[in-house]
Design a protein around this ligand. Structure first.
Ligand code: HH2
Length: 284
């Protein structure tokens, strides 16, 4: 079923039309992200990478200062901010929304003061104070589902009904955000591909996107993830074709935003998809 593409995502200074799928470019300012073959904890390098993603046509960028790969060690708030703030400052004036990927309310508060437009929380804004912090600003929010935490989430993920449980969690988070005064137009939902999920859990969630999307617009992050590696037998640097196939299936099933490392390739794939499904997108 097609998503409701008449919606807008209200985020900080921006109202993002969802009439076509949006491409969120990933800017990891971390030495240990699962997807990077080299250390990008240096903000100068990260700014260069962010500029490249904007030039390639990213609709928004997502800056992260703490890896959430399975087994990743936690990073303290001050180090996370040292990594994020220079990139946020440099990219704020580029005319596209800047999202910050963090689970820590103290990091959220500071980046919002520095002009972040979106808080993307892989913990679903469950940390004490997270909901209040985003409610006190006009930012957009992305609420993701994760089972467990990055240190242990892939040990033995268990669900009796993965689609039902993820839906329930997202609906409960939407209720908590709305009760705190965050309007529905500010909220994006994410099933959290690879976050405490087996291959079959990920596939079930992706197949259920038309159902999950009834709750609100969905962001999907599957770029280079291990489920693509499991299906193709490819290492992380060779997962672009598999990632593009999954991305196109997700937008066909209504994904409103795709979070990707490879912006230029994603935009090319979406242009071809658009030419074949013109009724879903006016080509802008
Ligand atoms: N995936 C990652 C990080 N943040 N946020 C959302 N909303 N959805 C996702 O699927 C998602 C996310 C993991 O990818 P990446 O940022 O490349 O890796 P790392 O966390 O190791 O830096």
């Amino acid at each position: 079923m097609p998503a409701d593409r008449s919606l807008e995502w209200v985020c900080g200074r921006f109202r993002m039309s969802l009439k076509r799928p949006l491409v969120m470019g990933i800017v990891n300012v971390t030495p240990d992200s699962f997807s990077e073959r080299h250390d990008r904890a240096d903000p100068v390098e990260a700014i260069g990478w962010a500029e490249r993603l904007v030039a390639e046509g990213a609709d928004l960028i997502d800056i992260g200062g703490e890896s959430t790969r399975p087994g990743a060690p936690p990073v303290d708030a001050s180090l996370e901010l040292d990594r994020i703030l220079p990139v946020l400052e440099a990219m704020r004036g580029r005319g596209i929304p800047v999202s910050v990927d963090t689970r820590k309310p103290e990091v959220m508060r500071v980046v919002l003061e520095h002009g972040a437009d979106i808080i993307n929380d892989v913990g679903g804004l469950t940390a004490p104070g997270a909901v209040e912090t985003v409610a006190a600003s006009g930012c957009g929010v992305c609420v993701m589902h994760m089972q467990g935490d990055p240190a242990s989430m892939q040990n033995a993920p268990q669900y009796h009904d993965v689609v039902g449980q993820v839906s329930e969690f997202l609906a409960e988070r939407r209720a908590a955000l709305e009760a705190a005064g965050v309007s529905r137009a500010r909220i994006m939902f994410d099933p959290g591909i690879g976050f405490g999920k087996s291959l079959n859990h990920n596939l079930a969630l992706l197949r259920a996107l038309p159902v999950l999307g009834k709750m609100g617009p969905m962001l999907v992050g599957l770029s280079r993830k291990s489920f693509v590696g499991r299906l193709t037998g490819r290492d992380v640097g060779e997962r672009l074709p598999g990632s593009l196939a999954a991305m196109l299936a997700a937008v066909q099933d209504g994904a409103a935003v795709v979070r990707v490392h490879d912006v230029a390739a994603t935009r090319d794939a979406l242009k071809v998809w658009h030419a074949l499904t013109a009724e879903a997108w006016d080509g802008t």
